[in-house]
Design a protein around this ligand. Structure first.
Ligand SMILES: Nc1ncnc2c1ncn2[C@@H]1O[C@H](COP(=O)(O)OP(=O)(O)OP(=O)(O)O)[C@@H](O)[C@H]1O
Length: 625
């Protein structure tokens, strides 16, 4: 490729060179090609016609014309013209782009960038023009479905391209077949190098870019509101990858025919997953299923996907069918702990690591831990994947063999999954979050409400915070007058108590209210900032009334049941009392009729209907008996 030759080796001045490929695009033989700089003078770009329109702007066919002292170049390019940004922000975006330009040029699986310019105040990104895209190919093939071998082949190219961008810390966030271009060798090239990610933190005025974090059909749950349900991370692209492969295999995008609101409801609120076609090779099905885990920490990374696709491609028959894998059933979530093998494979133990028994994901620490604390003494040979390790248990004079998946690494007192807070609070995000990783050198990543991406810092800036688990009851703290998220009130005033049904990867709590009878469109669940709520438990309720009120929180039916029971008991008691009084009065009347005359005197002050009832009651009781 012409541009690659230019980037690789500096060409001596005045030495002419023939560029291979792209003969139509290069009209003039050049000498001393310029040093690659990202900035393109606006006059060097000549727009021809629009070739597409996307969420982030339009794509135009254009020519890039460069003239220097001793060289001249013409290239046919595709120019992505972004929707207008404020002037300062335009500059900010261009600077971000310039920082990435050379790194992207070294990538094999990412579209070749010509540079960036500003035309009529709009950011223009010029890139090599490619003849086709996967979206167009899907539209051309029979029934819109790729052969499995083709889907795997393109999937491998795609995973490699994504991996390259992830390696420099970029997320793509907009993976979809129209952004997968095809080069002259029928290889998939990523046409979007993370424009939504570059736009993060830039306030957007255009309503067209409100959904700036992706295209709804392909968006992961955390992508819809990353500062609330986030953070977005590398695994966010695994979801988009899974969606794109499904489209290659079925010919239809996920959630085809649904409105944006319906997709939001399916993906975010109901936690539904796109349908996976049956009959796929086990390893591929397994890894795609993993891409649709709701908690991003449970999803595979690109290298896991690549491994599954590459190993399967070898087994696929040339006619598009497939052979094997031989009967191995792959594990899903490990029993009851909530972790997938993808989560567990993100960290491997080394000899000398401090470890302790792993707690269930978002669950209570077990009462008794096999390894409260220990040191890894040695690794079994297959530790790479779910092997065992020998652990010297601290304070006890013995070594035990434990499966690696049952242990978590503790570094400077922290383990992934711990609840943490910053020693110095930052008003830009919630005070409490969840630790996603802590490296041996102390680099820590934390998900906080209010941040769209992971907080990255040193573990020395953190301290352990109170943990919250699924199943606990919580209520807004008395000193919080306006919680971050809407929270229902009791009918008699005061905050309702709810039960945690889910803990999101940034520590945001999803809380249900089993004690409230929800009628109609009222939301059934609320979100909560963990720093703003306190736990409510039967043991800590101070008095009998509070304890009873807490029982009411367990189910909305408790209250009507208690009222019914109370009424029933009341009626029963008053009936009993009535009978006794009736019997006494009757006795008294009898005596007044000739015996002692006391009851008749008592009955005289009762209003006539009551007296009648009492007497009737007494009479009937006497009859039944
Ligand atoms: N470098 C390129 N060479 C050839 N065609 C391109 C190039 N880049 C984009 N296109 C095509 O231009 C069209 C519009 O692309 P664009 O990326 O703007 O839209 P989109 O993918 O539908 O949405 P989004 O803005 O979300 O990426 C698509 O059909 C795409 O395949």
């Amino acid at each position: 490729m012409a541009q690659q030759i230019k980037a690789q080796a500096p060409v001596p001045a005045f030495e002419y060179e023939l560029f291979e490929g792209d003969p139509d695009h290069l009209r003039t033989v050049v000498a001393t090609p310029p040093q690659p700089t990202p900035w393109i003078e606006p006059a060097e770009l000549k727009l021809k016609h629009r070739i597409g329109r996307g969420i982030f702007g339009d794509v135009w066919l254009a020519t890039h014309h460069q003239i220097g002292v001793d060289f001249e170049e013409h290239h046919e390019v595709a120019v992505k013209i972004l929707h207008p940004l404020d002037k300062d922000l335009t500059q900010k975006f261009v600077e971000k782009f310039e920082g990435l330009f050379l790194k992207c040029r070294e990538m094999q699986g990412v579209c070749w960038l010509h540079g960036v310019s500003i035309l009529n105040g709009k950011v223009c990104i010029a890139m090599k023009f490619y003849e086709g895209s996967i979206a167009e190919r899907i539209a051309q093939v029979k029934r819109g479905k790729f052969q499995l071998a083709d889907a795997l082949r393109y999937g491998i190219d795609l995973a490699k391209g994504i991996k390259e961008l992830h390696a420099i810390g970029l997320l793509i966030l907009n993976l979809k077949p129209s952004n997968f271009l095809l080069n002259e060798h029928d290889r998939l090239i990523l046409g979007d190098f993370g424009i939504p990610y570059l736009l993060l933190g830039i306030p957007l005025s255009s309503p067209d870019m409100v959904l700036r974090l992706g295209t709804p059909n392909y968006m992961a749950p955390e992508q819809w509101e990353p500062d609330v349900r986030g953070p977005i991370s590398f695994e966010t692209d695994s979801w988009g990858f899974g969606c794109s492969i499904l489209e290659m295999l079925t010919g239809l995008p996920p959630w085809f025919g649904k409105s944006i609101e319906e997709m939001h409801e399916s993906v975010v609120l109901k936690e539904e997953k796109p349908e996976i076609p049956s009959g796929l090779p086990l390893a591929v099905e397994h890894v795609i299923r993993g891409c649709f885990e709701y908690d991003l920490r449970n999803r595979p990374l690109m290298q896991d996907i690549l491994h599954a696709f590459e190993s399967t491609l070898n087994a696929v028959k040339s006619d598009g069918g497939w052979v094997g894998p031989e009967g191995k059933v792959l594990a899903g979530k490990s029993s009851g702990s909530g972790y997938t093998e993808w989560y567990l494979s993100k960290d491997h133990l080394l000899v000398g690591d401090t470890v302790r028994s792993r707690k269930p994901l978002n669950g209570h620490k077990p009462q008794t831990m096999e390894v409260p604390e220990g040191t890894v003494a040695s690794l079994e040979s297959d530790t790479e994947k779910n092997g065992s390790v020998l652990v010297n248990v601290t304070g006890r004079n013995y070594t035990i063999r434990v499966n690696q998946s049952k242990l978590e690494r503790v570094t400077s007192g922290f383990a992934a999954g711990d609840w943490v807070k910053l020693k110095e609070e930052n008003p830009k995000h919630a005070a409490v979050g969840i630790l996603h990783s802590v490296q041996r050198d102390g680099v820590a990543k934390v998900g906080f409400i209010g941040l769209e991406t992971l907080w990255v810092g040193n573990s020395s800036e953190l301290q352990i915070a109170q943990a919250y688990y699924v199943g606990q009851f919580v209520r807004v703290k008395p000193d919080v007058s306006t919680p971050r998220f809407e929270w229902p009130c009791k009918r008699r005033g005061g905050w309702s108590t709810g039960r945690i049904s889910q803990v999101l990867p940034n520590g945001c709590l999803v809380v249900g209210f089993p004690g409230r009878l929800v009628i109609g469109d009222e939301p059934r669940k609320s979100l909560a900032d963990p720093a703003e709520v306190g736990r409510v438990s039967f043991d800590t309720c101070p008095g009998v009334v509070e304890k009873y009120q807490h029982v009411e929180d367990f189910h909305w039916a408790v209250r009507p049941l208690a009222i019914t029971l109370g009424l029933f008991t009341g009626i029963k008691v008053s009936t009993c009392v009535g009978r006794r009084i009736g019997a006494k009065l009757k006795k008294g009347r009898r005596s007044s009729d000739g015996q002692d005359g006391q009851a008749g005197a008592n009955a005289a002050w009762l209003p006539p209907p009551v007296a009648n009832i009492l007497f009737k009651e007494g009479a009937s009781t006497a009859t039944v008996r």
